[in-house]
Write a protein that binds this ligand. Structure first.
Ligand SMILES: C[S@@+](CC[C@H](N)C(=O)[O-])C[C@H]1O[C@@H](n2cnc3c(N)ncnc32)[C@H](O)[C@@H]1O
Length: 273
């Protein structure tokens, strides 16, 4: 099926809600339900709270519309599976005119993101070949629906870097719905990522006020225990093996080092903030 057919299909299912619910409400609810259903596969500290929110959202809808949410997620999964080189949710967000609700939240067209990622990749390759020594972290501190990171994943694949095992993605957005768009897309693409909800300027990274959503692949890859080959096993030597890439400026607080030990990183941020 073509990309446009998946989008048409998504909008048809989405329209079933229109008789009673606002587009913005359904969009927000869809993203929370989709994100929580993926995040709650793992026994995280936030699991119970997310389950509670999930139930409070789903109860608002009659049975036939509850099933429609599942259909929407299936369409997104199939669309990204067939063509991973796109910002499927970001484009639908604009198609539905939801940026008006968020006072002009415009996402970068996918081909521009691809161009920016390609430049970054080629520049790094020209500089050295240190990516082969460890793994790459890449971040977007104003991630929106995640177009920049999706593009980076695809460009990495084209450069023969396995983005599912060799790249750690981190994202932050002040807006919960935007962050969850990014979370859902990176999860479905199989990226190891943590997506942070919070103000990148005032509360960057693992600030205690921020919500953190880790993708299933993050847990599957056990990033928290991973050390690059040749490192002595402590954080300082491990950090040498990481090659950090920033498509957009990355704040100090969201440094790749925190990815080595998620819990210790969180503790550290709590102490300094
Ligand atoms: C123009 S969009 C860009 C999104 C994405 N990087 C892209 O290129 O498609 C800017 C995003 O930054 C987010 N944002 C604005 N101020 C922020 C802040 N202080 N901290 C984190 N995110 C912020 C907005 O919610 C919005 O999703």
């Amino acid at each position: 099926m073509k990309d446009s057919d998946y989008k048409k299909e998504f909008l048809n299912v989405f329209a079933r809600f229109e008789y009673k619910y606002s587009k913005w409400e359904v969009w927000q609810d869809f993203l929370y339900l989709a994100a929580a259903s993926m995040a709650n596969v793992f026994p995280t500290k936030e699991r119970a709270e997310r389950e509670k929110t999930y139930l409070s959202i789903i109860k608002k809808y009659p049975k036939e519309l509850q099933d429609s949410f599942t259909e929407l997620l299936a369409i997104v999964a199939l669309a990204l599976d067939e063509n991973p080189e796109q910002d499927f949710l970001g484009e639908l967000y604009h198609r539905l005119n939801l940026q008006q609700h968020q006072k002009g939240q415009f996402f970068t067209p996918y081909h521009i993101c691809e161009f920016m990622s390609e430049i970054q990749m080629v520049e790094q390759e020209a500089e050295d070949n240190s990516w082969e020594k460890g793994y790459i972290t890449v971040g977007d501190c104003a991630c929106g629906a995640g177009a920049m990171l999706i593009a980076f994943a695809n460009v990495a694949r084209k450069h023969k870097i396995n983005f599912q095992t060799e790249v750690l993605f981190f994202a932050q957005d002040i807006d919960l719905t935007a962050a969850l768009m990014c979370y859902v897309q990176l999860s479905l693409l199989g990226c190891s990522a943590f997506v942070i909800v919070g103000d990148s300027l005032a509360k960057p990274g693992f600030h205690p006020d921020n919500q953190i959503w880790c993708t299933p692949m993050y847990y599957v890859n056990w990033w928290r225990f991973r050390k690059p080959s040749g490192s002595g096993g402590n954080e300082e030597t491990a950090a040498e093996g990481v090659h950090e890439v920033s498509i957009l400026p990355v704040t100090e607080g969201a440094s790749g080092q925190l990815a080595f030990d998620f819990d210790a990183g969180l503790e550290k941020m709590k102490k300094v903030s």
